[in-house]
Design a protein around this ligand. Structure first.
Ligand code: ADP
Ligand code: MG
Ligand code: MG
Length: 925
């Protein structure tokens, strides 16, 4: 019999169709035996297939099998049928597999059973389908029983096949099977599926088959070949299920890749107590602690471990049950770690004392574990510091700087589970995915509470601050997915009785928590609290703020703190390396002396953006009002005179904090109306006064001015350099304040390094006018105070016109600083405040944006303008200093771009400075 994987989506009932006419076979290779592949082939074989091949190559005990490539899946998704070459190639590979095992698929006396497993280039845990025990039918189930000498095992495998096949291939609601199984257990008076006897299992199989006939109008397919073919196509199709599509969007995995399909001889973990199945990690993926760990379940198959069906044992328990297999497993784990030079995540099965490896991959890990493991591997001589730096990310570093719960707070935990994914999350308890989504859309913070999660809960997990489950361990679905998303999770809090129908949960002491009640979960300790718990800053943040000694000094000798200390030291070593290798400099955006000091502590090498607008707010607003409303020169002069000492003092304090480092001071930027009273309020006030027959002259004048200055598009209106050019004396005042502050600092023995930056320039003429005026002011201050002032004067590049005429502008500008926020707005022609809420989610959904251009720089559009401007600017002025200010400077992706295009520095908020330093280091590698 030959394989016939020629079924189209619409033809699943008639599997035995001919090769589709018109599709000419080519010599494309779609099928690879495990022995032919290797981990370098992950694009074709998917991660799982490539690593199964790699383990086979290493001589590890892997059940034999072969992989259908991702190219076959792409062909199927495009054409609606499998490629014509596939059937023969699968048939040949299957013949080899049968020979290797000495068994035949469908043999009624000694059947070969196989699993059909999905596996794409990037791990998508639980997103796609896998079917186990393919090859069983009404006849071969007897053969299997006889060969194994275990009838129970054979019938258990058969019911598993119908259940998995029914659910995933035939798309029957899984509950239909669950109900039957549970009823059988109740009838037999047992609490676990392993306790069902042969007769019960036979009855279950009969009932399962009846469900299949009822739901599909056809009998459960008895030919093993047909089971196999249908399962392969089901795996192809599972690439495009809603949950898989959602997961890919979340993880930014391209949709065109497709999945591979692995067909592998079964290893049986369900042949009684001496068998079992488990998952393991070579180090703790939660904390990064050294030492193996995992979960094991006796007399079980495949997904039983992660599904939280029965309570698992810790991996070490296998040592007591079967020390030979355990020792062999430990050896293999260490081989794999040496080989992959990283934390490995493993699936294995023990079949009657024989260990089989079923999967490995470089394991996902929490942010903290990533830093600790990278440095551990350096110390173990497995990788070098460059590699350690590659293994961590700015995104992870950002996570580590988040606060955790204040342990000294009075709250007592109401339950405790596994610390599955660290962090501190507070929110309203919700008991299903759609409520989580709904409440989150209403702006509430929620915690998704489930008995256990499954892939259908993904949307709810995305919407929630954190996840709490009452079943399952650190390797359960909830735990794995939450860690991948960087979400807080507590799993297996088994003292909680979660009732998803009543939408509440009950603690052991009888406390009932209903939907909407606020709870706090601690993913680092596994504790669950009622109400909102206070949070505490992170030791990593403290390390950046106060230095290594202080951060370590604040930690105790408690085990948790000792681990934290290792983490802080690891961060310190990786940061030092990043600073050593990076080319790009990092500055902070700071408007106050406090922020400036903070940025400096965080490692900023200057201030890239000092906004001067706040210096005109608060009690100074009245002076600005006078300045704007002045009709006589005298009045204006007076207001300016009053503002001068205030500004000077501000600059002195900041230059003092940043002594010796550059401080880029941006002259006033925002539109005038921001300094004036609200137009409507003022109009109402004037109208009311007039009704009363009063006439308040000052209000009237103010209203006239506000009306005159009213703009329908303030973002594109009278602001930046335009304002400086039309409001006499304003820029000159600021330049004077800067100059006098610098003279003062010099007299005090300081080293002030001010740079003056002109905002919103579109043409060189604008800049030249400002520079002329500034030069006069600087010269007169220098002379008056007898000091030398040599400040670079440069411009922001935040308009497309400035970028396009950068060659000219550089004749006047001594430096460029890209204002990427405004440049994004003006390049796209939208204003952030107006568009983000209005249509960004639709644009992200429709794929117009992969990510918001305000979060990560739009390389093709805005990025291209930056490239043009840098090149043209440096052509005019080869030593032109170029930087970027704006939040893009702290975004990991964007930092790499700015490094690539040759900017000298990025500037971002003080808290993001460490992230930018780290990414600048990674970018240099
Ligand atoms: P996923 O990608 O969701 O992890 P897998 O393909 O790894 O799905 O399969 C699900 C479960 O079935 C895993 O626990 C795996 O170890 C088990 N499994 C897969 N193939 C076999 C096999 N040939 N023998 C025994 N167990 C298997
Ligand atoms: Mg797996
Ligand atoms: Mg701007």
């Amino acid at each position: 019999m030959t394989s016939v994987v020629h079924v189209t989506t619409a033809e699943t009932e008639t599997a035995e169709t001919e090769t589709r006419s018109g599709a000419e076979p080519t010599n494309a290779k779609y099928v690879y035996a495990f022995a032919e592949g290797g981990r370098e082939m992950a694009d074709e074989l998917g991660g799982k297939g490539a690593n199964l091949a790699e383990m086979t190559r290493l001589g590890l005990p892997v059940p034999p099998g072969f992989t259908i490539s991702t190219a076959a899946c792409r062909y199927y998704l495009e054409n609606g049928s499998a490629p014509p070459e596939l059937a023969d190639q699968v048939a040949n590979a299957l013949t080899d597999l049968e020979a290797a095992r000495g068994k035949k698929l469908g043999d009624p006396t000694d059947p070969l059973l196989v699993s059909v497993r999905s596996g794409s280039r990037f791990s998508m845990p639980g997103m796609m389908e896998t079917v186990l025990d393919i090859g069983l039918n009404d006849h071969s189930v007897h053969g299997l029983a006889a060969i194994a000498g275990d009838e129970r095992f054979a019938w258990d495998s058969y019911r598993r096949l119908i259940q998995m096949f029914g659910k995933t291939v035939l798309e029957i609601d899984g509950d239909r099977f669950e109900v039957i199984l549970r009823r059988a257990m109740t009838r037999a008076g047992v609490s676990a599926d392993t306790e069902l006897d042969v007769d019960s299992l036979r009855a279950v199989v009969e009932d399962f088959k009846r469900v299949v006939s009822e739901c599909t109008g056809q009998d459960f397919p008895q030919q093993p070949q047909r089971q196999l073919d249908l399962a392969v196509l089901a795996v192809f199709r599972s690439w495009n299920t809603e949950r898989a599509v959602l997961y890919r969007r979340q993880e930014r995995i391209p949709g065109w890749l497709g999945t591979a399909v692995n067909i592998q001889a079964m290893a049986f973990g369900n042949v009684g107590e001496g068998s079992g199945t488990g998952v393991a990690f070579t180090r703790d993926p939660g904390s990064g602690a050294r030492g193996v760990y995992g979960d094991y379940l006796s007399d079980a198959q495949g997904e039983d471990v992660v599904a939280g069906i029965r309570n698992t044992l810790p991996l070490s328990a296998l040592g007591d049950l079967d020390s030979k297999s355990y020792q062999q497993l430990l050896d293999i784990m260490s081989t794999l770690e040496q080989h992959y030079r990283d934390l490995c995540d493993i699936e294995f099965t023990v079949e009657q004392g024989h260990l089989w490896m079923l999967q490995t991959r470089v394991g996902k890990r929490t942010a903290g574990a990533a830093f600790r493991i990278a440095v551990q591997l350096v110390d173990e001589g497995i990788i070098d510091m460059d590699e350690a730096l590659r293994r961590v990310s700015g995104h992870q570093l950002g996570q580590l700087m988040f606060p955790t719960f204040d342990v000294s707070s009075e709250s007592a935990a109401i339950a405790k589970g596994m610390n599955a994914s660290p962090g501190a999350a507070v929110g309203q308890a919700v008991f299903d995915s759609s409520s989580a989504v709904k409440r989150a859309e209403d702006g509430e913070r929620v915690i998704l509470v489930r008995r256990e999660t499954n892939p259908d809960d993904l949307e709810g997990m995305v919407a929630a601050e954190g996840v709490l489950t009452s079943r399952g361990g650190k390797t359960s679905h909830a735990a794995v997915v939450a860690r991948g998303m960087g979400k807080t999770a507590v799993c297996g809090a088994d003292s909680l009785d979660v009732d998803t129908v009543a939408r509440n949960m009950t603690t052991r002491t009888g406390l009932v928590i209903s939907e909407g009640d606020v709870i706090s979960i601690d993913g680092t300790t596994g504790e669950v609290f009622l109400g909102e718990v206070a949070v505490m800053p992170s030791p990593v943040a403290r390390y950046f703020e106060e230095g290594l000694e202080s951060a370590l000094g604040a930690l105790s000798s408690e085990p948790g703190d000792v681990e934290m200390a290792e983490l802080v030291r690891s961060v310190d070593r990786i940061m030092s390396h990043a600073d050593k290798v990076r080319r790009l400099q990092v500055r902070a955006n700071a408007d106050t002396p406090e922020d400036a000091a903070r940025g400096r502590r965080m490692g900023a090498e200057g201030i890239g953006l000092l906004r001067t607008e706040h210096m005109f707010l608060g009690e100074r607003r009245a002076l600005v009002e006078r300045l704007i409303l002045a009709s006589e020169d005298d009045e204006r002069e007076e207001a300016l005179k009053a503002l001068l000492p205030l500004q000077r003092k501000d600059f002195i304090r900041i230059l003092e904090q940043m002594d010796g480092l550059p401080v880029t001071i941006r002259l006033i930027d925002p539109p005038l109306h921001e300094f004036l009273p609200d137009r409507t309020e003022l109009a109402v006030r004037v109208a009311r006064a007039e009704e009363r027959g009063e006439h308040i002259e000052s209000d009237l004048r103010l209203l006239q001015a506000v009306n005159r200055l009213n703009e329908s598009n303030p973002m594109l209106g009278l602001r930046g350099v335009r304002l400086g050019l039309v409001l006499p004396g304003l820029f000159a005042l600021q330049v004077r304040a800067i100059a006098e502050a610098a003279c003062f600092r010099q007299r005090m023995g300081g080293d002030p390094q001010a740079e003056i930056m002109v905002p919103l320039v579109g043409s060189i003429q604008e800049l030249e006018l400002v520079i002329d005026e500034a030069a006069g002011v600087l010269a007169s201050v220098a002379e008056a105070h007898g000091c030398t002032l040599r400040f670079p004067i440069g411009t922001m590049i935040e308009l497309p016109r400035a970028a396009l005429t950068a060659g000219q502008i550089a004749e006047a500008a001594e430096f460029f600083s890209f204002g990427t926020n405004d440049l994004t707005q003006t390049t796209w022609g939208f204003s952030r405040d107006d568009v983000e809420a209005a249509f960004f989610s639709a644009y992200l959904e429709k794929g117009v944006f992969g990510v918001s251009p305000f979060e990560s720089i739009d390389r093709e559009g805005v990025g291209e303008l930056i490239k043009i401007a840098v090149a043209a600017g440096r052509k005019t002025r080869p030593d032109l200093h170029c930087g970027v200010c704006g939040e893009h400077g702290g975004d990991p992706e964007s930092v790499h771009f700015f490094d690539e295009v040759g900017l000298d520095y990025v500037s971002c908020s003080p808290f993001r400075v460490p992230v930018a330093r780290l990414e600048a280091g990674r970018s240099a590698l």
